[in-house]
Design a protein around this ligand. Sequence first.
Ligand code: HAM
Length: 421
Amino acid sequence: MSTYTRIKGTKDIFGEEVKYWEYIENTAKNLFKIYGYKEIRTPLIEKTELFSRGIGQETDIVQKEMYTFDDKKGRSLTLRPEGTASVARAYIENSLITLGSPQKLFYIGPMFRYEKPQAGRYREFYQIGAEIFGTDHPLADAELITFVHDFFNKLKLSNFKVKINNIGTFESREKYKEVLKTYYQPLLPNLCEDCQRRFNTNIMRLLDCKIDVEAAKNAPSILDYLDEESREHFHNLQKYLKAYNVPYQVDPKIVRGLDYYTKTAFEVEHSDLGEQAVIAGGGRYDDLVEQLEGPKTQGVGFAIGIERVIEALKRENVEVESESEIDVYVAFQGEKGEMAAITLSKELRKKGINTFLNISKRNLSGQFKHANRLNAKYVVVIGDEEISRDIVTIKNMKSGEQTQIERNWVSEIIVEKLREE
Ligand code: HAM
């Protein structure tokens, strides 16, 4: 074993795994187009303050999970732990507001969190995210949730559930936090370590504690303490979700782990995933852009965890086809065969046929073995005999059937055969 191994909590993606990534990312990109989103790509590193200010000083992410380091000039930088703060920063910095509101943006890429690695929890993981800037209409929230629902359906997942909540404005939440403190105060000595710490720093997180579930069960509900505006927003969101035919469940325990949320908070859970069951999470953040010194701009968004979605696809035995199969392996023998093989490969590739030209010094039987390993559908052979008769031999690797065809007709015949499959 070499000393050069992967960093804990990261992974290499190759072989059979790749088809899941292609399937998920292509489905997402197509659907984003259908819903009218534009792509945005932001840097993987940002100034540390962006995240501590945007996500919230007291959150687990900022307190414990950021990959933060000083660069050579002593500036503190951080590998992005999520996408929303970066996209909001880009929205402000590039004056995207001038392009008209609302704006719908999406991104796909890696995020970094120094968490304890376990199934469904990595230190480098990928998110598919979307953000809408410049509208406080609950129709935007409903459309995002509908997108997520539509997306999981398109992937052919079934065992997932959309859970929604409204956690009010910052002001109405202060009132609720007081009520929650009064409720939890007498229980505190018996609560877990995390709950004891969060009691003072982030009391609402006690509601989604995996250990002290009983205590959370009887806690007062945020929905009873909402301001009028949030209440109406939540009511309308549900009206639109019904119009879109998206099944959902109201769950007042959805509080989310990031501080920027206002009003809508939602998560999607997959029932086959055990502890890391949340495959998507999001909500509204009407104050974030202003907090990052931008103009008053409301926002709402979500992010989906790709690794967890892959696990869900596997658990549900969803069949995923590989998109990058090899149609034709071009094998050759001799110098003339080599030249003819190059010409034929050019011709096949021009016709859009996935072509693997032999690039090794193997003999013919070695090339056939290689084609077999690569799962090629056809092998075309150009050897001395083929050259002298101006033909090629073509073998169907599945049926084993082998025929000889005139050189001039090769690409047309292969196109035809592939179409017939
Ligand atoms: P989040 O809930 O922190 O939200 O992450 C969204 C999703 O990313 C999670 O539901 C989960 O599927 C996946 N995820 C998070 N951490 C890990 C990890 N360590 N390993 C594997 N998967 C993980 C956000 O990041 C917000 N930016 C979402 C958002 C966008 N809200 C508004 N706009």
